[in-house]
Design a protein around this ligand. Structure first.
Ligand SMILES: Nc1ncnc2c1ncn2[C@@H]1O[C@H](COP(=O)(O)OP(=O)(O)OP(=O)(O)O)[C@@H](O)[C@H]1O
Length: 240
């Protein structure tokens, strides 16, 4: 078992933005949290990462309440937020080493883990370059590498391809799918872009704060009698 969300509800002031959200992720699978702008994806991520305080319901990680055992749970979770958060003037390696140090790794371990992740993302050759010299797609790869330094079993990504061109978006999506396939990392990928989702993924459609559908992409098409996920999404949300 990985992450389970139970009866989550959330309001900003009096405005409800999440209502009755329930799901449990499958270990080692790619999950797409698919929803148009304003659906509530970032708010849900805020709750999963404890940036926002739970108002209603609970979040369980490996069966334990995030409210009661936050430290252990957060150790197993890696996060990539929507906004780029690397220091542009530090080198790629310095960014990673600083983050490893925050996780309590020694200098030697930090360098080792950073280089292992950079190699995985094809960026070891850029380790000594300032982040400013990298293109947007490579910066996002470094952010994912950074999120993996402490070897989490669950990776949360909130619209990680925002601002990237089509080729970079696809490359990043492919890289993260590799993490699932090879390393069995559980992934929750929030997006409003249907082309980032495949029929084999578990797809959770969020619209106006409610989970409208949850199942494999193929199963959702079958259930709604459509021939593509794009059609399913349009049918469910009215957004094309
Ligand atoms: N701090 C806030 N205060 C008040 N309302 C907010 C706040 N943050 C988000 N909202 C509102 O909550 C709703 C959900 O926003 P949220 O950012 O979670 O959606 P999203 O699916 O991540 O959309 P996007 O892809 O545009 O970021 C929206 O109507 C948004 O305007």
């Amino acid at each position: 078992m990985t992450l389970a969300v139970k009866d989550i509800g959330f309001c900003y002031g009096k405005k409800p933005v999440l209502t009755d959200i329930n799901f449990a992720l499958d270990a080692g699978r790619f999950h797409a949290l698919l929803g148009p702008n304003g659906a509530g994806k970032s708010t849900l991520f805020g709750l999963l990462t404890r940036l926002l305080a739970l108002q209603q319901g609970d979040i369980l990680f490996a069966g334990q309440s995030l409210k009661k055992h936050p430290t252990e749970a957060m150790r197993k979770i890696g996060v990539v937020f929507q906004q780029n958060a690397l220091d542009l003037d530090l080198t790629v390696r310095q960014n990673l080493m600083y983050h490893s140090a925050l996780h309590g790794l020694s200098r030697k371990q930090s360098r080792l883990r950073g280089d292992q992740e950079l190699e995985r993302f094809g960026l070891l050759g850029r380790a000594n370059d300032p982040v400013r010299a990298l293109n947007g797609g490579h910066r996002r790869r470094v952010e994912i590498a950074r999120a993996l330094l402490h070897q989490p079993t669950l990776l949360l990504l909130d619209e990680p391809t925002a601002g990237l061109d089509i080729a970079s978006r696809k490359a990043l999506n492919d890289h993260v799918r590799q993490l699932c396939a090879v390393d069995k990392i559980t992934v929750l990928w929030a997006t409003h872009l249907i082309e980032e989702v495949s029929a084999q993924d578990r797809v959770m459609v969020l619209h106006q704060g409610r989970l409208l559908a949850d199942g494999s992409g193929q199963a959702l098409c079958n259930k709604t009698g459509t021939t593509s996920l794009a059609e399913t999404f349009e049918l469910l949300t009215g957004v094309d």
